[in-house]
Design a protein around this ligand. Structure first.
Ligand code: CA
Length: 223
């Protein structure tokens, strides 16, 4: 999952970005409204954390511009305490949730997990596909009750495919949603990661759809 953080307070921006990276997300950041608006319109994010009070372009205007451009990613806004009218404007513009400053990073992470799973049609934080269970809260992956250790890149890839279970995901989409802007995007890496995940899971959860991409689906029962 790839996220965008738009926040002009440098310290807060850094804190949020590192918490999200620790939690296994690929993260891009912007420090003013114009840059944030541009990134959100041109890059495919799975969700955005957006401060409302920003230099160059305010948060509510950014949301309006993204929504009118047809961007549907979930948006979580950061608001100052007692600015209730800001929240109303943000929701009316198309925001999905908010946290009030100062907030606990754990709450921000929990709200983002909820937004991400709702956007992909999942009701709980545990994703289950055949014998594989992926807990988006703890980042744990279990196959037939046994824990599997994945690297952060492997986890990110598996998590993206399991969020989109039953849908074919192209290699280009994976690359766009797994790596931040600065990452050296070599398309062969996806194949390498898929191979490693398959070996570690020991089952055919990730299917290759020739010429189109990959799909997570419950493995066929062994005869
Ligand atoms: Ca601000």
């Amino acid at each position: 999952m790839r996220l965008l953080v738009v926040e002009d307070d440098r310290d807060l921006n850094r804190q949020i970005v590192s918490a999200l990276e620790m939690a296994g997300y690929a993260v891009d950041r912007a420090l003013d409204g114009e840059e944030g608006q541009y990134l959100g319109e041109t890059e495919p994010y799975d969700a955005v954390v957006l401060d409302l009070g920003l230099p160059k372009m305010d948060g509510a205007s950014i949301i309006t511009s993204w929504r009118s451009a047809g961007k549907t990613m979930p948006i979580l806004v950061l608001t100052a305490r007692d600015r209730w009218s800001d929240k109303v404007n943000a929701f009316d513009a198309g925001a999905d949730d908010y946290v009030t400053k100062p907030f606990h990073l754990e709450e921000l992470l929990a709200r983002l997990r909820a937004l991400l799973r709702r956007a992909t049609g999942h009701a709980t934080s545990e994703l289950v596909c055949g014998p594989v269970k992926l807990d988006t809260r703890s980042g744990r992956v279990v196959v037939d009750g046994a824990a599997v250790r994945l690297t952060s890149h492997e986890y990110r890839l598996l998590s993206y495919l399991m969020h989109h279970e039953g849908r074919i995901v192209s290699r280009a989409e994976l690359i766009e949603h797994l790596y931040d802007q600065d990452f050296d995007r070599d398309s062969n890496t996806v194949e390498v990661f898929v191979g490693r995940i398959r070996r570690k899971l020991g089952c055919d959860l990730i299917q290759t759809v020739r010429g189109l991409g990959y799909m997570a689906a419950p493995p066929a029962e062994k005869a």
